[in-house]
Write a protein that binds this ligand. Sequence first.
Ligand SMILES: Cc1cc2nc3c(=O)[nH]c(=O)nc-3n(C[C@H](O)[C@H](O)[C@H](O)COP(=O)(O)OP(=O)(O)OC[C@H]3O[C@@H](n4cnc5c(N)ncnc54)[C@H](O)[C@@H]3O)c2cc1C
Length: 371
Amino acid sequence: MLPGMNVSSSKRIAIIGGGVAGLGTAWRLAQAGAAVTVYESGALPARSGAATWASGGMLCARLEMGHAPVALAAFASSARAAWPAFAAEIERASGVSPGFAETGALVTASGHAPGDGIVAVDGDEARRLVPGLSAHIRAALWAAEEARADPRWLAIGLARAAQAAGARFVKEVRVNRIVENAGRVTGVLTSAGVQAADHVVLAAGAWSGGLLKVSNLPGPPIRPVKGQMLSLAADPRAMPVNRLIWAEGAYIVPHHDGRVVIGATQEEAGFDATLSEGALEALRQAAVATLPALAGLPVAERFCGFRPATDDGLPALGGIGPEGLTLASGQFRNGILFAPLIADAAALHALEGRLPSIARQFSAARFAEAA
Ligand SMILES: Cc1cc2nc3c(=O)[nH]c(=O)nc-3n(C[C@H](O)[C@H](O)[C@H](O)COP(=O)(O)OP(=O)(O)OC[C@H]3O[C@@H](n4cnc5c(N)ncnc54)[C@H](O)[C@@H]3O)c2cc1C
């Protein structure tokens, strides 16, 4: 049962999208007794192009929120606080560790300043925190509370937990339209036919805006912001680095399965999934310049994903348009960090028609008001 929610439900709920938002919401709703079906056009958990599979997995409620509005910083901080219990609950329910660790983050990139939870350190202190850091680095910032989770193991864990709680998964089936009748959502039109539902949760990431449009429903123009990444393969028992690093020109995220993820570009390129050898090599070199030991590791994978972005850069949650529709999108760069709160907020809205107070500022209804 969700915090603050006192009803269980037998509603039939269709969830569109098998990324972290759809899977987390499915789990919470199945726990509340709803009859949940997740529709995913790709594999489950979603892979190719899905932001979740491509994500770095940084949980940086301090560094990511430097210039953020107060409400978003509060949301990030509350999400970060929820993570230890969220990770433990996923592991208990699924047997899969989402790779959560309170690593802290060292910032050697310029353009950041000390602040709440972020302190200045000299080069020696930086090398004590991150052994192997380049000798050229004379000063850095240290954000002790930053953390990471592995988005891929997170998605696998959430999928198993949701299934164990009773959610049904329909993979490789695309939702072509949300079906509405007289101001109420009645189901989804999929590539496998019409499926009736009492409620629909739209958690289709960067594709959410397009689906609202083809369904002739109002909603925020959610656009894809492409991110290219690569990962290096390290021995998980002898990791070359155990902390997050925000280096000049790249960030470095070590994961518990030995993947060292290096990212990321941020491009307005629509859904073009082309990888640029030059951009990826620039990221690798920036990481190596900061942590020379990475030079010896083989590249395991190159990939990209599409961050779901709204025009005001804030999440878009809750109801918009007809009765019976919940939107869970617009998490942009921080959808892994926000995962525990997005799941709770979307589930609460689907069951009770309201958002928790921490999420109310991100109500999708603000776009209807603006229009
Ligand atoms: C390169 C990169 C790095 C990132 N790094 C971080 C980070 O370090 N920390 C952090 O917190 N966040 C990070 N993010 C952001 C985070 O990954 C996203 O905000 C989050 O994963 C969005 O999750 P989602 O479930 O909404 O979307 P997605 O994971 O994109 O899932 C949406 C799913 O919906 C499916 N779908 C779409 N349309 C349909 C349809 N019509 N029918 C059926 N299924 C459909 C898609 O196939 C997709 O699988 C990063 C993102 C990228 C791209």
